[in-house]
Design a protein around this ligand. Sequence first.
Ligand code: ATP
Length: 507
Amino acid sequence: MSIIDKIKSLFGKKDAALAAPAPAPTTQKRNENIIEIKGITKVFDGVTVLDDLNLGIKRGQFVTLLGPSGCGKTTLLRLIAGFETPTEGEIYIEGTPITSIPPFKRPVNTVFQKYALFPHLNVFKNVAFGLKLKTIPDPTAKKGVRKFTKEEIADKVNRALKLVGLEDYGHRDVNSLSGGQQQRVAIARAIVCEPKVLLLDEPLGALDLKMRKEMQIELKKMHEDLGITFIFVTHDQEEALTMSDVVVVMNDGVIQQIDRPKKIYDEPKNAFVADFIGESNLLPGVMEKDYKIAFLGKSLACVDKGFEKNEKVDVVIRPEDIVIKAGAGKGDFDGEVLTTVFKGTYYEMIVLASGYEFTVQSQVEHRPGETVSLGIVPDSIHIMKKILTINKYLGKVADENLVTFLGGDFEVPTEGFEIGDEVVVYVPFDAVELTDDEEDGVIGATVTQSIYKGSYYQVQVYNDNDEDLYVDTADEWDMNDRVGVKVDGAKVRLERYAPDADEEETE
Ligand code: ATP
């Protein structure tokens, strides 16, 4: 059962993710891009958090920005809202560049995770707040503009409250509402001024799971009723796949894939997307030739072609695509079941085969300790080009301004960290320098490949622990050369290592 089917069965309703985009108002062209993001780069304190982003968002679509914590989703949303200015590039709304337009003059409104309601105002007044401040053009008025009348405000507020299912709640104190109801007030407040684009920054993040599921369905319905463009930020892949017309998967400030949810799941563009979206078995492989892939010591048929001979690739196999049979010799890999968990409609098993722990899903249960054989048909083997945008390692702060990673002690600013802290170390490709003499580097390494990228070479080396390092350099390096590796510490970014950060992150 695919994750899309799981989501369908979970909600017991039509697959919202695959529903047609909401109809746009007839005076506007549905297929036209309402937002164009062109070459957007954002740098904070010397760190590039968005790197040359390009994205077109069609009118009336429900678009989700999806990615792990820190990948730059909120920053992109804040750039559209006008709370940040881009370092480079421009954003256009309906063809107009908006960088110099202040936030309150942009045809967008934002719903934040923390509802930020006014505690001293009731529901009606919270929703009416923005309308009271707004002026509208009126040629008959002295200054050519006027405020909304009391009746107009009441009419608009009541319509917005009805849309979020709170028509009888106008008089209520906002503090007496549940989290979900408060979030609905926040949404009513954002849509009452009739923005063309609604920006939603993890709006369901503070709700409990049940409320979150209910609100997902309601938000999708609101989107259909309103017919405006929604840009939704989440790090929850199930939420993204369930609700969106289009998902934009981001990592490290770079867009990895833009596609419809089903395509993102079925045809991930690279190993990052495959790994981030749903369960998958991710293995290193070598494309021996067209239609022939080698991994875990076996050569298997696949449906992919067009790779270099013996190109290193990532192989993705979905757990539900593996055929598991009792006994040995019936499939491609023999192994032993390590664990079995019943997941409601299928069993999820971890099978150790050829040194790799496969995750396998099947309607048939196999018990721990059982010998099984795993069969993988060519169609189920997805081959991904190895795409890396930054080198990433686990490291440790060894001393003040000294971090151990890749088997060496590198000079890197450690402000804000303590000695002994475990850190994730991000090393941009252009922060690495290779030296002819191994002794001149902090560590020694061996060159595996040197690819000409038009104006520079991208060189791949590996250290004595077999860890890869990518380097952007002006020089070509010969395969198997021994080199020294230096790193420009000023360009390196450190993050506290928090293995469970995603699970803990409920805010
Ligand atoms: P999350 O899901 O955790 O909110 P995100 O994908 O929305 O993550 P952003 O909030 O956009 O990520 O942050 C991207 C990076 O930019 C992070 O490393 C963050 O620390 C950094 N960053 C964001 N805003 C600022 C700022 N005002 N000053 C300095 N760094 C910032």
